[in-house]
Structure formats: C-alpha cells, structure tokens
Design a binder for this molecule. Sequence first.
Ligand SMILES: [Zn+2]
Length: 343
Amino acid sequence: MNLGNDREMEERYDRQLRVKGWDQEKISNATVCIWGVGALGTFVAAELAMMGVGRLVLIDFDTVEVSNLNRQLLYREKDVGRNKAEVAAERIKEINKNVMIDVFQTSIEEVPMSVYRKVDVFVGALDSFEARRWANSLAVQLRKPLVSGGMYGFLGQVQVIIPFETACFECQPLVPSSKLSQVCTPPGETRKEKLKFKLPEAPIPGLATMSGIVGSLMTQEVAKLILNIGKTITYLFIDGLNNSFTEIELSRNPSCPLCGEKYQLSKVKITLEENEKIDSVINRLKLTYGLNKPKIAWKGKLLSPDKLVKDYGIISGDSLLVIDNAIVKPIKLIASINDKSQT
Ligand SMILES: [Zn+2]
C-alpha cells in the first residue's frame, strides 16, 4: 500500500490507532480477496477501505441492477448495467485512494491461482451454494482463512473458517442451497450461458440493515484475523427481528472429505505424454473422475488447454492440482512423463 505522507495517515487513522491492539501496519500490508461484491461484499469492501487495508481483490461478473440499490452500499442509479467489481473499485478509490485494487470481472474459479496465493484473508459474500463450496475448498487448499456470510430477510449468519483449526463448510454443512440468493446477468449475455455454478430458483428477501450488520461483522472478523486479536467467530446466527445473536461452536469433523486428516494425503499418479495436449489430459480426467470442467494448475498457474505438456516443461515427479466444481477437494496429480522419442 502507498502510505502517503505520514501526517496524512496519522490524521486519517487517528481514531482507530487509539483502539487497543490496533496495528495499522498490519492492516496496510494485508491483501483481502472479496468473492462477490453484492450486498455483503460492498459493505466489507467499503469498511476495509476506510480502515486502510493494503490491497483488495474484487471479483464479480455481475452487473448492477435496479433491485440491488436497496441494499448494496457502493452502487448508484447511474451504475445500473455496469460491472459491479469495476464500479465498486471506483467508489473505494473515492473513500481511500491509497488502497490498491485488483478487479476481476469473471467467475471466481477463473481468477489465476497466482492471485489467490497472495491473499491473506478471503471473504465469501457469495450467493450460490456451489460457489461457496468451491471457495471453501480453495481456502482449505491454500490454508488461508475464509470469512463467509449470508442473509435472508432479518436473518443472517457469519462463519469463519481457519483451515485445519476450525470447521469448514464440509465439516458441518449448515446452509441449504434454497436459502441462497439469485445473481444478476452480465450485459449482453443470457443468464445460464455465463455461469459455471447452478443458480437458485428465485430472489431471496434482502434488507440494507442486515447487509450492514452481517457485512460489518464480517469486516470485523477480517480485521481481527489480520491483527491477530480477539476471539474468532466460528459460526454466528443473527436474528434481527427478535434481537438475538447465537454463537454456535462448530467442531471439525475428523471424517470431513475436505479437511479431515485421513483424506489429506491422497495422491494420484498420472502418465503424461510429452506431445499430449493439455486438453486431452483434461478429457482423460473427466472420464476417469467424472468431472465437469476440470482445470489443471501447476506452479500456481492454470494450464492452457491448447498447449502441449512439453510446452510447460513438466517433468516426472512434478505435482499438479486439478480443480473442478464437481469435487470438494482438488485432486493432486503426480506426473510421470512418457517421452516417446526415447523409447
Ligand atoms: Zn472440513
């Protein structure tokens, strides 16, 4: 983060610097990735910008719709039809010009792994059950904390996942897909074509107040994680109509298919031909594991289907990761290269 001049910074952050345990340097050095810049995501993004977070990675392919304006903090009437992540980035710069922002107008699974590896805390403000599972899986794979939230009318929930310490989504699945809201449509595209993840049936009730309450609780958890202070929420249920906050202590499930120990070490050996196209490897994976649209990552990069195995210089013993929305946990592949020219 560009800290600007010291005096300006001291003045800007004066009130939070007075908070016990606050360390502006930690906040200013942190990178937070926000998956979904809708109701919850706009509150989290705005508040982290006010706090002076170093870098925000904003990911959303949706466009602003009129029906978003009742609860999504960063959007105005004139923004209708524009990409959410792009508009959010502009508004955040107005709040705090020092925050560095990366915008991805794509689905969450299309963002390069190299971007995700640099993130300190993930924020899941997602509206599809499949996307949430994918996000959880990635956070566990990368061993980075995930602060996730959801809401339904006056009800809300916040869950913080610290991989291998607290329960992940798959340990104690609590959120039924029927409670998740509908997404909007990118300009010029019909809804289903663009989406990798299945859509819920109908819009859910949503309020500005609960967006703020749940979003702010999420931001606060992000700040606590960065500062390493306080007690982290494992699962908090909020009933805004009856004024109750219920904290549920979720425990990890030893047989969790994602973070359970006995499932952690599974590796698969795969033979690759040097002149084989990555696309052919992908097809083999589809057939072997019943995957939908697998992607192969190696050294933090997604492999391009059009290239050949030899283009990447993969050698025997290298370990590759396969991600797909049909599987909870990425498959680890150990490459064995079959060099036909030498046999
Ligand atoms: Zn788990």
